[in-house]
Design a protein around this ligand. Structure first.
Ligand code: NAD
Length: 500
């Protein structure tokens, strides 16, 4: 059995392997590898290596750092198919989706390549007589990243490209469920010329994470995952004096107004609810049609589309399926349990994905597209994140009721409104308590040069990920106010070019 372990100081390190965790191919249910779970000492060693690499890397010019990232971008482009196959074989998502994930991560690398401009700081001349003031954006030191299973390439790439570009060193702790892609990205960074020790990968679980949250050499922690763990990460790392951004779970609503282009809305909903088997923090899991007629027509069209939804392995010869399996057997059972909960709570189960048969699926962790109608805010299938291909229709009588339903939810990651009414869209954008809003756009994930983050219990910490907030998060500002005594230059009063 292949053992995946850690990448430290520019090379793969066989872990002590006191504890390991199985890695599965979710499309077949077969174990493909095991991953070493780092001990506290192994994690401390990764932090030590990153700390030692910091002095030289932080003094490397931004232009040089950017050139390494340009090379890395080129390598990721060349290896996109290989990375997408790795993602699909351990996560299960369909190949085209996996390629899309790599591309979205790459966009953050492209943004980070602009670091010489992004990290310039500010300058004011003559803030007082003969006094100038300038600010510099300095790197923090060792930064840590802890990522979830659902985007093994993109989420790490939300973090490390900007952190490294700013002059920090990094310890990445990926999800133990699909660890191969981050390890491959580490190899590509080395191939791009990143000095050893600047980027390190430690595989593991709580034992490794707790070191990253408490070790005094770690300056900042970026986390993406479920809300209970995000809150734990935020509280623990903050208590230990670290800067933290911890992104949590979600329950995203799409409001469909009576005047919306319903075919467009249904097409968008199918991708947003069932793409990647609903295992996306920006997936739409609740459709909120406004008015009885809108709801009835929406339901009818969704049922027709669900009949055409293809479910199967992520890697196939020929055209991709619409969606693949869930990540693990336990998660598949949990999603199936939620479907039963919805039935028990009195929601109407319109399409039951537990009944979907999948050709050639073996023991894969499949569940078909599921649709509930007449879901109400009090039901658990509305209040809790299911993270599977389950869409709930929660009917609203008015725009105001729809807004109240979204705003009353504990999560505030993403939302969308479909309408032809500019005023309704504008009101929605203004009133809604959610961090990322789409207008006739179902999954409003900001591009890399904007920042990504939710509100309420979908994000702990003030700064969002990537974009301008990413640069702010991974740098510390220092402001210098300086006066030089006037001397001979004032008398001669001429300007000479300095020699380089
Ligand atoms: P998870 O919270 O179980 O795990 C995330 C990371 O935390 C993993 O690296 C894991 O090893 C680690 N971890 C798990 N338990 C821990 C513990 N007790 N102590 C310390 N570390 C621990 O999340 P997941 O199941 O891998 O991912 C799915 C979740 O991530 C969903 O809730 C989804 O909404 C969320 N997510 C959010 C965003 C966002 O941008 N808000 C993006 C992607 C995923």
């Amino acid at each position: 059995m292949k053992t995946l372990s850690h990448y430290l100081n520019g090379q793969h390190i066989a872990g002590q392997n006191q504890r390991t965790s199985p890695v599965y191919n979710p499309a077949t249910g077969e174990q493909s590898a095991q991953v070493a779970l780092a001990t506290a000492d192994e994690t401390r060693e990764a932090v030590r290596i990153a700390d030692e690499a910091f002095v030289a890397w932080s003094k490397t010019s931004p232009l040089k750092r950017a050139r390494i990232l340009f090379k890395f971008k080129e390598l990721v482009e060349t290896h996109t198919d290989e990375l997408a196959r790795l993602i699909s074989s351990e996560h299960g998502k369909v190949f085209s989706d996996a390629k899309g994930e790599v591309t979205r991560g790459l966009e953050v690398v492209e943004f980070a390549c602009g670091i010489p401009h992004l990290q310039k700081g500010e300058h004011s001349m003559n803030v007082g007589t003969g006094v100038d003031s300038y600010s510099m954006m300095q790197p923090l030191g060792v930064c840590a990243g802890i990522s979830p299973f659902n985007f093994p390439a993109m989420v790490p790439m939300w973090m490390f490209p900007i952190a490294l570009a700013c002059g920090n060193t990094f310890v990445m702790k990926p999800s133990e469920k699909d660890p191969s892609t981050p390890l491959r990205l580490a190899e590509l960074l080395s191939e791009a010329g990143l000095p050893d020790g600047v980027f390190n990968v430690v595989n593991g679980d709580k034992e490794a994470v707790d070191v990253l949250l408490t070790d005094e050499r770690v300056q900042a922690v970026s986390f993406v995952g479920s809300t209970p763990i995000a809150e734990y990460i935020y509280v623990t790392a903050s208590k230990h004096g670290k800067r933290v951004q911890a992104l949590g779970g979600a329950k995203n609503h799409m409001v469909i107004m009576p005047d919306a282009d319903l075919d467009q809305a249904v097409g968008a909903l199918m991708g947003a609810a069932y793409g990647s088997a609903g295992e996306r923090c920006m997936a739409i899991s609740v459709a909120v049609p406004v008015g009885e007629e809108t709801a009835n027509r929406l339901r009818e069209k969704l049922v027709a589309e669900l009949e055409k939804l293809t479910v199967g392995p992520g890697l196939v010869d020929g055209p991709d399926n619409d969606m693949g399996p869930l990540i693990t057997r336990e998660h598949r059972d949990k999603v199936a349990g939620y479907i039963q909960t919805g039935v028990d709570e009195g929601a109407e189960l319109v399409v039951d994905g537990r009944q979907t048969t999948i050709d050639g699926a073996g023991d894969g962790y499949f569940i078909g597209g599921t649709l509930f109608d007449h879901v109400t805010p009090k039901m658990r299938i509305h209040s809790e994140e299911i993270f599977g291909p389950v869409l709930a229709i929660a009917r609203a009588e008015s725009f105001d009721e729809a807004v109240s339903m979204v705003n009353a939810h504990e999560y505030g990651n993403g939302t969308a409104i479909f309408t032809r009414d500019g005023d309704a869209a504008r009101q929605y954008c203004e009133q809604i308590q959610v961090g990322m809003v789409g207008v006739n756009v179902p999954i409003p994930v900001p591009m890399a040069f904007h920042s990504f983050g939710g509100w309420k219990r979908s994000l702990f910490g003030p700064l969002h990920m990537h974009g301008p907030d990413g640069v702010r998060f991974y740098t510390r500002m220092k402001t210098i106010t300086q006066r030089w005594p006037s001397g001979i230059r004032e008398e001669t009063n001429h300007f000479t070019m300095p020699t380089m």
